[in-house]
Design a protein around this ligand. Structure first.
Ligand SMILES: *Cc1c(COP(=O)(O)O)cnc(C)c1O
Length: 386
């Protein structure tokens, strides 16, 4: 399906709403019924009827049709955050005694689910280095039901070979879930490679303006119907009509935003690459990236996020450099209009800082919509302080 058709037309029936070009925000909790039969049908199939907006809502429905099509999926569920998409997709596929294989250092709230919540219900997780397929094979147990992936990782960008993991998991009857937030369906299509469930934080590129939280889950109709009935309705974690409308609005410009950010990111990286104050740059499409061949095989783009290893000797130097940047906000998240920096050292207790530990000198950079030359100039002056 053509991306232009998906983003501009699919799911929109303007004759239903005064031929308005922008779809309405159907701000209602509740829907009324003309016959018992219609009501009965809505109770039986809440996922495909409008009964109550905790489940389905017309504004959300337009969005989910577009998101399913973008991923080449049968269906999509839209959550009120990426964290709830993670929670619901995992919870729907484990029971007491089951075992999960996860890549090392997945998104922090996936880690908390695996480490803090699931062990209370008898579900254990093994973390592996996902860059090698044999690590998955070796970790599989008879009770493994889920393999949890995130490719690329959003600090150090390790990749997993999605097709190889999907093939292995299928042969053992294991469900695969991947966090595709970094690429979005525009730059990586996990379901086409055989992955069962693909999720994203819609808060990042889909919303694109740092003003809305959302999560997306795509997969088969059968699997998503079960997750809708068991998880989304029970946790009440569906997206609100207004937030769904903001994501719809964000989607209109997604291709051009990613294209702009891709070009700017490339330009900034080329400039920083051989800077004497920067020891290394980590970015999936960088020529020195260890998994570059795989990155080009399964991703059609990479943009926005990369990580620099600073040549610094003290925590104070890193803090001084960070706040010498005039046009980068110090903040978590990414995917919006504004450029960001997140130094790893900012999260450490000062007494722990060790300049010999490379991970303490990493700083994640996000390139927003600003002119790349404007950002490069800012880097130039800030790196002077190191
Ligand atoms: C932000 C993020 C999430 C969580 O999404 P929220 O919308 O913040 O709940 C999950 N995975 C990755 C890779 C993220 O960057």
């Amino acid at each position: 399906m053509d991306i232009s058709y998906i983003l501009n037309e699919l799911g929109e029936d303007r004759s239903q709403y005064f031929n308005a070009v922008a779809p309405p925000i159907v701000q209602t909790s509740n829907f009324a019924f003309d016959t018992f039969e219609e009501l009965r049908n809505a109770f039986a199939n809440e996922d495909s009827n409008f009964l109550y907006s905790r489940g389905n809502n017309p504004t959300v429905d337009i969005l989910s049709k577009k998101l399913a099509a973008l991923d080449g999926a049968e269906d999509a569920l839209v959550f009120n955050s990426g964290a709830s998409a993670i929670y619901c997709s995992v919870m729907a596929n484990v029971k007491s005694g089951d075992h999960i294989i996860s890549v090392q250092k997945p998104y922090s709230w996936a880690t908390r689910l695996f480490d803090n919540i699931l062990p209370r219900f008898g579900v254990q997780t093994t973390y592996i280095d996902g860059t090698k397929i044999e690590n998955f094979e070796n970790a599989i147990r008879p009770e493994t039901t889920v393999i949890y992936l995130e490719t690329p990782n959003t600090l150090t960008y390790e990749l997993q070979d999605l097709k190889a993991v999907a093939d292995l998991a299928k042969s053992r009857g294991i469900i695969t879930i991947v966090d595709n937030s970094y690429c979005t369906p525009l730059y990586q299509q996990p379901l086409a490679l055989g992955i069962d469930l693909s999720l994203q934080s819609g808060t990042k590129y889909l919303g694109g303006h740092s003003d809305v939280l959302a999560g997306v889950l795509t997969g088969s109709k059968e699997m998503l119907k079960r997750i809708f009935n068991e998880q989304l309705l029970n946790t009440g974690s569906g997206i609100s009509p207004f937030n769904a409308w903001l994501i719809l609005r964000g989607l209109r410009t997604l291709p051009m935003r990613l294209e702009h950010i891709s070009k700017s990111t490339r330009k900034v990286i080329d400039h920083l690459k051989n800077h004497p104050k920067i020891e290394k740059i980590i970015f999936p499409f960088d020529e020195d990236f260890p998994q570059l061949e795989l990155a080009h095989r399964q991703m059609s783009g990479a943009c926005g996020l990369f990580t620099i290893l600073l040549k610094a000797n003290t925590l104070d130097q890193i803090e001084l450099f960070t706040y010498s940047l005039k046009h980068f906000l110090v903040a978590v998240s990414w995917g919006g209009h504004e450029s960001l920096i997140m130094p790893q050292a900012a999260a450490l207790k000062p007494e722990i800082f060790d300049a010999n530990n490379e991970s303490h000198r990493l700083a994640r950079i996000y390139i927003g919509f600003e002119d790349p030359d404007y950002l490069i100039k800012d880097f130039e002056q800030a790196l002077e302080v190191l």
